[in-house]
Design a protein around this ligand. Structure first.
Ligand SMILES: [Fe+2]
Ligand SMILES: [Fe+2]
Length: 197
């Protein structure tokens, strides 16, 4: 856990690139990143979301890692764009809230790309009965254009594009080994910088 001696200005500083935001999602600290966790911590730290770490998303990268990356990248860009950050992150953190291995061959969840937003939305409503219409739309439409109806809100576009970016980096990391050593080195550098704040 990073030691937090950072100033409010340092705490509020956002990563300047997409890849920087992705890396930071692996080095988040509940204290230093309080602004982020104030918006979404109740959902992120719930048993229902934490359980996602049991499911493989891309090889060694589990679904909780993926969800955290998508949520943090969405946070950074919704904030930079002056959007409804709270709706963006509370939709993002539940966008893949389903409990099965999508790699298996069972037919009931096929085609997975089409069906899982519905499963996630069903589970999201159970976890958060106060979910907003915007958050629901973010979850339901995050697979556009595979599912043909686009997100209704700008925040939904941010989450959908963040999802695609994170999934692409994860596939390159996990399946191709791309970023392998460099990813570890850069993550170590991010973590070291955080603990020296
Ligand atoms: Fe998804
Ligand atoms: Fe996703």
């Amino acid at each position: 856990m990073a030691k937090n001696h950072s100033s409010p200005a340092q705490r509020d500083a956002l990563p300047t690139s997409l890849y920087g935001a992705y890396l930071r999602s692996y080095a988040l600290d509940p204290e230093r990143d309080r602004a982020f966790f104030d918006l979404v911590g109740d959902l992120y730290f719930s048993d229902e979301v934490q359980y996602l770490k049991r499911y493989e998303q891309h090889s060694s990268i589990n679904r909780l890692d993926h969800v955290r990356s998508v949520t943090y990248v969405s946070y950074v860009y919704a904030k930079k764009m002056g959007l409804d950050v709270k709706a963006a992150v509370r939709g993002a953190v539940l966008h893949d809230l389903f409990y099965y291995d999508w790699h298996d061959s069972a037919m009931w969840h096929r085609p997975h790309g089409f069906l899982h937003p519905r499963f996630a939305l069903h589970n999201a409503r159970l976890l958060n009965p106060a979910i907003s219409k915007k958050e629901e739309n973010i979850i339901r439409r995050h697979m556009f254009p595979l599912t043909p109806t686009p997100p209704r809100y700008a925040e939904g576009w941010v989450v959908s594009l963040s999802d695609k970016y994170c999934a692409t980096v994860e596939m390159l990391r996990a399946e191709v080994g791309f970023f392998g050593k460099r990813f570890a080195e850069k993550l170590a550098a991010v973590s070291a910088a955080d603990s020296n704040d």
